[in-house]
Design a protein around this ligand. Structure first.
Ligand code: ATP
Ligand code: MG
Ligand code: FE
Length: 347
């Protein structure tokens, strides 16, 4: 089954084709991402109306380019998957309207994909995919969640952030030290030249039971440290390293706790912060120590992309799921409401 995937929940337009006949990483026949970062940089954050308009501008050329790259024409597609939520309502409407109309014209099914399920399933698109049950750590710009995955579509929230998401903490911390938007990846890069041991920030909420997170206090700690410093480039890097260590340590401690609580040894990590090199290393070490396994998507598939939507959509279409001809989006959407895959097939 060849599925076109369309992602437009925020400030990335993503388009991809996934072909289940190949499976694994080979199933991804083509994927293209256009990031609107430059458009929003001047405002220091995403401007929803500008985001919607830019998706309108970029979607069709990107679909053409992706199909060309895959060597396919629209008539060779078997389904269209699109992000229906959560996300910015206008941005979602652009992708959903486009995807629904294309599927209607081609007389093929369309399927509405939950953006976070897309992230969560992205590691399964790689070769030698993990099989449920496992624990998933979703660490992105808008979410930090630990989820128990009993089966695909059967998601139980174990813990989540009470305030900022991990990616948001990276971005805000970068901003307060004067890095341009979106600063998360740049802050992580700076941490690479930071000198260890000069600054120390707390590991929030690790000293009490439970699997929730809180990252907003770290930002304040960084602000105070930055204000009281010489504010040199080297100091910025030193603080970046201490901040990154605090976030990564906290995530590792809670992941290990979640694996223990769930009686699992497989951890799946997805979302933009999953691209962080130090997080990948520390989780690998933690998993190896307990004789378990940690699975990530390749870094480019950690941040928003159409591939994860094509893949998640293909799994749901194969299970018999599809949507009617109405264009519906869900700016807020709880992943726990999703049907389990074998519920969809009725088996
Ligand atoms: P959500 O998926 O929750 O709706 P989003 O789609 O905006 O949010 P993603 O695209 O998954 O989030 O990830 C973007 C986030 O990942 C940003 O906050 C960015 O700073 C962060 N990020 C990307 N690369 C890195 C990195 N190497 N280290 C730390 N953070 C990173
Ligand atoms: Mg983004
Ligand atoms: Fe995302």
């Amino acid at each position: 089954m060849r599925v076109l995937g369309i992602e437009s929940s925020c400030d990335e337009t993503g388009v991809a084709v996934y072909d289940t006949a190949f499976g694994g990483a080979a199933g991804l026949r083509a994927h293209e991402v256009y990031s609107q970062i430059d458009l929003h940089a001047a405002y220091g954050g995403v401007v929803p109306e500008l985001a919607s308009r830019d998706h309108v501008r970029k979607l069709l050329p990107l679909v053409r380019e992706t199909l060309r790259e895959a060597g396919l024409s629209t008539t060779e597609l078997d389904g269209v998957a699109y992000t229906a939520g959560p996300g910015l309502v206008g941005a979602l409407m652009v992708g959903a309207g486009f995807a629904r109309a294309l599927a209607f014209a081609l007389e093929i099914p369309a399927v509405a994909v939950h953006h976070m399920e897309g992230h969560l399933l992205a590691p399964l698109m790689e070769d030698d995919p993990p099989e449920p049950p496992f624990v998933a750590l979703l660490v992105s710009g808008g979410h930090t969640q630990l989820v128990h995955v009993a089966r695909i579509g059967d998601y139980r929230l174990l813990g989540e952030t009470l305030d900022d998401a991990a990616g948001e903490a990276f971005d805000k911390t970068a901003k307060l030290m004067g890095l341009p938007y979106p600063g998360g990846p740049q802050l992580a890069k700076l941490a690479g030249i930071g000198r260890p041991g000069l600054f120390k920030f707390s590991r929030p909420m690790v000293d009490r039971p439970g699997l929730d997170f809180s990252f907003s206090g770290l930002k304040t700690q960084v602000l105070l440290a930055w204000r009281g410093s010489d504010q040199s480039d080297q100091t910025r890097a030193d603080i970046a390293l201490a901040f990154e260590e605090a976030v990564v340590d906290t995530l590792r401690i809670k992941c290990e706790r979640a694996l223990d609580a769930a009686g699992c040894d497989t951890l799946v990590v997805a979302g933009g912060v999953g691209a962080n090199r130090k997080l990948r290393e520390q989780l690998q070490t933690m998993a190896a120590k307990r004789g378990g396994r940690v699975c990530f998507p390749r870094p480019e598939l950690c941040t928003d992309n159409g591939a994860m939507i094509a893949f998640a959509g293909a799994l749901r279409l194969q299970a018999g799921e599809s949507v009617d001809a109405q264009v519906k989006v869900r700016p807020r959407w709880d992943m726990a409401e999703l049907p389990t895959l074998d519920t969809v097939t009725g088996s």
